[in-house]
Structures are given as structure tokens and as C-alpha cells.
Design a binder for this molecule. Structure first.
Ligand code: NAG
Ligand code: NAG
Ligand code: NAG
Ligand code: NAG
Ligand code: NAG
Length: 323
């Protein structure tokens, strides 16, 4: 029990100080079994401090942790994409740390994934996108399948069977996507707005389409916010691998840790309701700010007919999915 407490406080302290690096190296618990593993030939002075050996594996030497960016992205696009991928790392690290600290017991966790679900599933998905080998993936800015050109609502797309490791980012993304520190700005609300307006969550979605990240285990059982909450209540085995639930949990965990402890202010007054959101009837005007800098308003549900609002991609079987 004491060991658990020590471990958790070490973890908590390290999580606070290292936002992106691996969160902790657990102090080894020196017991009889470990002495067997780490037995050394030389004599050991009785006052010598145990220093754990550095453990390397073939994987830790060969994996490429960052997504490659294709030469078709010009310097400006590359910088924006690098910045967005950095946001993605922050998002994933925060989501993983939240689950490492709270398991399936936090309010945010239970909102999106349900009370009785296995936290290893979302944790594994976040860590896999964060740390798995990216060498067989590619983000590109040209338009090899001509989806950007022919479909003005496309912010980007997975190339599906044409190139399963590749993702195209369309020019529209560079006009609409926001940095993660703008989370909640301009009245953004998870209930009303499309979380894909942020680079971090949009790139999480795109990463989850790559077979090497998720093996197609992540799906689209529910997309709309009320449907996500219902899924968490009714089918926890589906909620933990539902794409939009994974995005929204990660976003809200980030917001609560870094922006506002209670989540985006625009979502707050909904908490009194019993989650029966008839959100389409809600008297909530997101289009009030028509200034060109307000990309949020262009992505609200009420403006879903506008170009930036929809987020479409093609699945391996050719079906197009827009959210
Ligand atoms: C351990 O003990 C030896 C002699 O008994 C002494 O020379 C050495 O400085 C000690 N090391 C530490 C870390 O206290
Ligand atoms: C980069 O490419 C985009 C899309 O083609 C273009 O709009 C932009 O002007 C380019 N930037 C530079 C600095 O060349
Ligand atoms: C999830 O939560 C339930 C209680 O709600 C608990 O019994 C269960 O052990 C938890 N599962 C895991 C994998 O931690
Ligand atoms: C793959 O390429 C074909 C032929 O160019 C194109 O019709 C199709 O839309 C592409 N698929 C995707 C997912 O873009
Ligand atoms: C959850 O959804 C899956 C897939 O639709 C289904 O097979 C399963 O029976 C559902 N579980 C419950 C408890 O409804």
C-alpha cells in the first residue's frame, strides 16, 4: 500500500513537470525477485545504492516517434503541421496521464467512456498514437487523389487503399485549424461545435485512421455529443473505442488540466440538465461573431452547411464519412 502511495505521488509530481516526455520512470521495487534479475558478479558494498540498469530494446532504438511530413508541404505548411503535431502530443500525453492517474474513476472519464469500462483500451490507443513507430506513415500537402480540389469541404483525408499509411492535409486546414491553447476561445463548446477545428483533435482523428496506429479497431459508433454520452451509459465496450469519444475525452481532459478546471465555460450550463440535450433547438447563437478571425463560428453545428464545418474522410471500403 505504501509503495502504491509513493508510486502515485512520484507519478503525480513527474506528470506535472514533464508535459510531453514519458511521464515517469517508476522507481524499481527492490524485492527478492528483482535481485535475481539484476544480480551482478562484483562484490556489492553494503552501503551501495542500487542503480537500475538502463533498459533498451530493439524497439526503443528503431522506432520513429514523429510523423514524417512530405516535401509537398512548403515551409509554411510544414511549420504549421509540425506545430499541430506538437499539439497532438500534448493532447495525447494529457489524456494518457489523466487515465494513468484516475483510471476509470474520474468524472470526465465516466462521461465519455462510462463507469465500468476498461481504462486500458483508451489508454492504449492514446499511448500507441503517441509513441508507436511512425516510419510507415506520411502527412502530405499535395492532392494526389484530387479530393481537396473536387470537394471543397475536405480539410484532409486518409488515402485509404491508395496508400494506407498516408494522410492528405488540404489547404482548407491551414485556414481553419486552431492551436490547442485556443481551446474554449470564442465560446467554443463541445456540445455545439466540431472539435476538429483544433489541430490537435483533428490530427488525432486522422492518426486513428492509420492502420498502424489502431488496426481499424477505432470506429464511428456515435458522433453527435448526446449520442456519445448515451454510448458511455449504454455500451462501454463500444465507447472506449469510439473515435469521437476518444477525441472529446482527450480535449476535455486537456482543457480541465490547462485551461479551465470545469471545462469550457460554454458547456457549463448544460451540466445541470440530465444530458438530454436537444441541442439543435438550443437558443445559442454561435454565429454572432462574423469577424474573419473567428473560425469557430464557421464550424458550429448551426453552420454545418458551410465549407469548414464538415470534416470528411474516406474509409477503406470507399464509404465517405463526414462529421
Ligand atoms: C561506503 O563505505 C565505504 C567504506 O566502508 C566508504 O569508503 C564509502 O565512502 C561509503 N560510500 C557511501 C556512499 O557512503
Ligand atoms: C504554401 O502553399 C500554400 C498552398 O499552396 C500557399 O497558399 C502558400 O502561399 C504557400 N506559402 C509559401 C510561403 O510559399
Ligand atoms: C472500472 O471501474 C469499476 C468500478 O466502477 C471497477 O470495479 C473496475 O475494476 C475498473 N476497471 C479497471 C480496469 O480498473
Ligand atoms: C484513390 O484513387 C482513386 C483513383 O485516383 C480515386 O478515385 C479515389 O477517390 C482515391 N481514394 C481515396 C480514398 O482518396
Ligand atoms: C455494444 O455494441 C456492440 C456492437 O454494436 C454489440 O455487439 C454489443 O452487444 C453491445 N453491448 C451492449 C451491452 O449493448
Amino acid at each position: 500500500m505504501k509503495l502504491t502511495v509513493t508510486f502515485l505521488s512520484t507519478l503525480a509530481a513527474t506528470v506535472v513537470t514533464t508535459a510531453i516526455a514519458r511521464p515517469y520512470v517508476a522507481e524499481p521495487i527492490v524485492d527478492g525477485a528483482n535481485f535475481g534479475v539484476f544480480a551482478r558478479q562484483e562484490a556489492v558494498a553494503s552501503n551501495e545504492t542500487f542503480v537500475p540498469p538502463t533498459i533498451t530494446s530493439p524497439a526503443s532504438r528503431s522506432l520513429q516517434p514523429d510523423f514524417p511530413i512530405h516535401e509537398s508541404c512548403n515551409k509554411s505548411q510544414r511549420m504549421q503541421l509540425e506545430r499541430g503535431l506538437f499539439d497532438l502530443k500534448r493532447l495525447l500525453r494529457g489524456a494518457a496521464d489523466h487515465i494513468l492517474l484516475h483510471g476509470n474513476q474520474s468524472e470526465v472519464y465516466q462521461t465519455y467512456f462510462g463507469e465500468g469500462s476498461d481504462p486500458s483500451v483508451p489508454l492504449g490507443i492514446y499511448l500507441r498514437v503517441l509513441e508507436s513507430d511512425k516510419s510507415a506513415t506520411l502527412f502530405r500537402c499535395d492532392d494526389p487523389d484530387r479530393n481537396c480540389e473536387t470537394q471543397p469541404t475536405y480539410n484532409g483525408h486518409w488515402r485509404g487503399n491508395n496508400a494506407t499509411g498516408e494522410t492528405v492535409i488540404c489547404p482548407l486546414s491551414f485556414q481553419t485549424r486552431l492551436p490547442i491553447e485556443k481551446a474554449c476561445a470564442n465560446g467554443f463548446s463541445l456540445i455545439h461545435d466540431n472539435v476538429n477545428v483544433y489541430w490537435a483533435t483533428d490530427l488525432l482523428h486522422r492518426a486513428m485512421h492509420l492502420p498502424t496506429m489502431t488496426n481499424d479497431h477505432v470506429g464511428h459508433t456515435a458522433d453527435e455529443y448526446p449520442a456519445l454520452l448515451e454510448l458511455a451509459r449504454n455500451n462501454v465496450t463500444e465507447s472506449v473505442k469510439n473515435q469521437h469519444s476518444l477525441q472529446d475525452f482527450a480535449f476535455e481532459a486537456f482543457v480541465r488540466a490547462n485551461i479551465d478546471e470545469q471545462g469550457c465555460p460554454a458547456d457549463r450550463h448544460h451540466e445541470d440538465h440530465d444530458h438530454e440535450h436537444e441541442h439543435d433547438d438550443h437558443d445559442h447563437d454561435h454565429d454572432h461573431d462574423a469577424s474573419p478571425t473567428s473560425t469557430i463560428s464557421a464550424t458550429s453545428t448551426s453552420a454545418s452547411a458551410t465549407a469548414a464545418a464538415q470534416d470528411c474522410h474516406t474509409h477503406a471500403d470507399g464509404t465517405v464519412h463526414c462529421v
